[in-house]
Design a protein around this ligand. Structure first.
Ligand code: G3P
Ligand code: MG
Length: 242
């Protein structure tokens, strides 16, 4: 799989309302070739692109995201909180986001945002949408903090590129990556140590770091072997791709 050095976070969260089609288009406009977005299961099998557990911060709705029904979710305004020019921007479905990302020729890092235990109910429908709609497996990564979700992805299709998301790198990271033949460890840059970074690279895995929006915060991480940065502000880093 051809990863690039820069990946837009939630589309390009600094440039447009996060996890919306506007944010994905804003990312593409910077020249970035990959975007990360969050897929969130909701009531009755709905799959939306959304980050938070609750609706208040990024929409004009309120309540628990997991309990929202699809019709309500798609009627919300997910743009005006960011700026008047985005009034009426909608929360996209997974299908809409996939279509938009593919039409723009971007790679997709799809983060499965789910912390509850019943992953067996939630993950297979996400994989079904990907199987039906996503065309180029070399431009698709599935990532999650939920290791069990990644185990299901691996069980269902061993060809997928899986990124194990962590904040602090756990002591059993190598066992976990090996068990699912992971593609990468996706770490929080601020707590990653040089020794951990080197160990991940020596073991043959890609190393992605989130979410740094200023170049100086991750400068040394490139020397440690970091492959890709996930950033809200791709413009800060696009010179690295040339
Ligand atoms: O995938 C990297 C990053 O998105 C993980 O954290 O909370 O922004 O989804 P979060
Ligand atoms: Mg995310």
């Amino acid at each position: 799989m051809k990863l690039t050095k820069v990946m837009g976070h939630r589309g390009a969260a600094l440039l447009a309302p996060e996890n919306t089609l506007a944010s994905i288009r804003a990312a593409a406009a910077t020249g970035v070739k990959w975007v990360e977005i969050d897929v969130h299961p909701i009531a009755q099998g709905g799959l939306i692109i959304f980050h938070d557990h609750t609706l208040e911060r990024c929409t004009n709705g309120f309540g628990n995201t997991l309990e929202a029904n699809l019709e309500t979710m798609l009627s919300l305004d997910a743009g005006s909180w960011f700026g008047a020019e985005h009034d009426g921007e909608k929360v996209p479905t997974l299908e809409q986001a996939i279509d938009c990302i593919q039409a723009l020729g971007l790679g997709l890092n799809l983060e499965i945002k789910y912390e509850d235990a019943d992953v067996e109910r939630v993950v297979p429908p996400i994989l079904a949408v990907l199987s039906e709609r996503w065309q180029d497996n070399d431009k698709l990564m599935i990532s999650s903090f939920n290791y069990e979700a990644l185990q299901i992805c691996y069980r269902e299709d061993k060809q997928r590129h899986l990124g194990y998301l962590v904040e602090d790198v756990p002591s059993d990271w190598l066992l976990k990556l090996a068990a699912i033949e992971a593609f990468s460890l996706n770490c929080y840059y601020a707590v990653l140590t040089k020794q951990q970074a080197r160990a991940v690279k020596s073991a043959g895995y890609k190393l992605l770091c989130y979410t740094a929006n200023e170049a100086h915060l991750v400068e040394r991480h490139w020397d440690w072997g970091m492959d890709t940065i996930i950033t809200d502000d791709p413009n800060q880093f696009m010179h690295l791709e040339s």
